[in-house]
Write a protein that binds this ligand. Structure first.
Ligand code: NAD
Length: 474
């Protein structure tokens, strides 16, 4: 669920927003000065002027630039991780993991400029040559959420830059300080105007779509749909990675203790604020009773605390609106006919903390059953058969990722073919993805081509087909 939707943003586009430490809201990490639409347009002009030069510098230069950005980030790993902890409340171990992943993303895409950019074919008849060649779109407009304030901007920017595009990044207001640190680091590695940061909110995001040649968005489903409408209205390529309401399906033959640990981490790690978090747990047949006990215990014992403490796995929520929403849902469970099995309220401490929570028994149309909440809360459901579990899992509008827990390979493979999701994990949490494979969701969880890996290199380029006949022919 979005905590920075259009409705939350000030109507005056020049008003300063504050990015606050979710564990200590008195701590203003930075003020956000939205740049305004005119500055977005000027940045796009400069980027468009710089782009042919950025393409002409050649593969070795682009590769070297991404590689030196990787080295600079690796050298700043501890400082960057500490800023992620402070600005978005990500537990320290995960923040360090995000920085390490971002370094790996830069190194991976640093190889991309050397990859082939097309194919050669024989013509269907006669002499000559047919070839395809991929060209960058020009100016890539990136609009990103706050929850992976380094990895998401980079997994969009790195392939866009590697393929010869210039990049304009509009980060989430809540992650402005992280974006500024990233921009500073990239400025050292790249020529002027190849990468520009455009702080702000919805106004700047909308303005960016108006001046870009390709748009990549990650965020909530509601905002993403409006972004896709605006971009397709201009006839430019767009991809949107959106929300999730991810299910873990637990079969009776699974190792319930180990599943409870995986699922609890996917529900409550980083306070459930990952698009890939588990928010629905579907126990099949006799798995229900032991799983109910084991998962409730795992969530009750889940290490909640200051995100800077090394033992913390669940820190605060990003802001007061997110905390109010989940608290209202927790407190309304009994009135809706459900039961709270673990947690069930906000925590009585400074900062925007909610207890890891497991509930069951709410009606089928309850928000916990049909909406993304983006908090450390999951709904436990039971299914008599695997078929019923699949119907429950697929019975929501989202389709980002699901996990299946079973020792039966046939069942796992059958479910991999049936579940309507972009990604499936077998005997692993819904959270955690590899950055070199296509990433994205089905149904309301994603629109347009996938991100990451080769899919990203294709998204940020356009293929041109050239037919070449020998000269002097009539
Ligand atoms: P959000 O939709 O509120 O904001 C995302 C970005 O869009 C921000 O930069 C915001 O300023 C900008 N924006 C807001 N309104 C806009 C508009 N009208 N036009 C253009 N830009 C606009 O999302 P959030 O709260 O920052 O992030 C949480 C959401 O992101 C969750 O729904 C989560 O599931 C989703 N998410 C998805 C993925 C994925 O890959 N599928 C990954 C991470 C987060």
């Amino acid at each position: 669920m979005s905590t920075s939707s259009t409705a939350d943003l000030p109507t005056d586009p020049t008003a300063a927003l504050a990015s606050r430490n979710p564990a200590d809201p008195e701590d203003v990490v930075t003020l956000v000065e939205p740049v305004g639409a005119a500055a977005v347009a000027r940045a796009a002009e400069r980027a468009r002027a710089a782009q042919p030069g950025w393409l002409r510098v050649g593969a070795a230069f682009r590769s070297g630039a991404l590689d030196s950005a990787a080295s600079a980030l690796a050298a700043d790993a501890e400082g960057f991780a500490a800023l992620i902890v402070r600005e978005v409340g990500k537990p320290a171990a995960e923040a360090r993991g995000e920085v390490a992943r971002a370094v790996a993303i830069l190194r991976y895409y640093a190889q991309a400029p050397y990859l082939p950019v097309g194919e050669i074919h024989d013509p269907s008849a006669g002499d000559g040559l047919l070839y395809t060649r991929r060209h960058p779109h020009g100016v890539a407009g990136l609009i990103t959420p706050w929850n992976f304030p380094l990895a998401i901007p980079l997994w969009k920017a790195a392939p866009a830059l590697a393929t010869g595009n210039c990049v304009l990044l509009k980060p989430a207001p809540e992650a402005t300080a992280c974006a500024a640190r990233l921009a500073g680091l990239l400025a050292e590695a790249l020529p002027a105007d190849v990468f520009s940061l455009l702080p702000g909110g919805a106004h700047e995001g909308a303005a960016l779509i108006d001046v870009s040649d390709v748009v990549s968005f990650t965020g909530s489903t509601a905002v993403g749909r409006s972004v896709v409408r605006a971009a397709t209205g201009r006839g430019i390529p767009v991809q949107a990675e959106l929300g999730g309401q991810n299910a873990a399906l637990v079969l009776p033959d699974a190792d319930i203790e180990s599943v409870a640990g995986h699922v609890a981490a996917a529900v409550a790690g980083y306070a459930g604020q990952k698009c890939t978090a588990t928010s629905r747990v579907i126990a099949v047949g006799s798995a229900a009773e032991p799983l109910r006990e084991a998962l409730a215990a795992a969530l009750r014992d889940f290490p909640v605390g200051d995100p800077g403490d090394p033992g913390t796995a669940c820190g605060p929520l990003i802001g007061p609106a997110a905390l109010d929403r989940v608290t209202r849902l927790q407190q309304g469970v009994a009135a809706a006919g459900g039961r709270v099995l673990a947690g069930g309220d906000r925590l009585d401490r400074p900062g925007w903390y909610s207890a890891p929570t497991l509930v069951e028994g709410v009606p089928d149309d309850h928000p916990l059953a049909v909406e993304e909440v983006f908090a450390p809360i999951a709904l436990l459901r039971t299914a008599a058969t695997v078929e019923e579990a699949v119907a429950l899992a697929d019975g929501v509008r989202h389709g980002l990722v699901a996990s299946v827990h079973t020792r039966d390979l046939d069942t796992a493979l059958a479910l991999a073919g049936q579940l309507h999701v972009g990604m499936l994990k077998v005997n692993a949490p819904t959270t955690g993805v590899d950055f070199h494979l296509p990433f994205g969701g089905s149904k309301a969880s994603g629109l347009g081509p996938r991100e990451q890996g080769r899919a990203a290199l294709e998204f940020y380029t356009e293929s041109r087909t050239v037919s070449l006949l020998p000269g002097g022919r009539r």
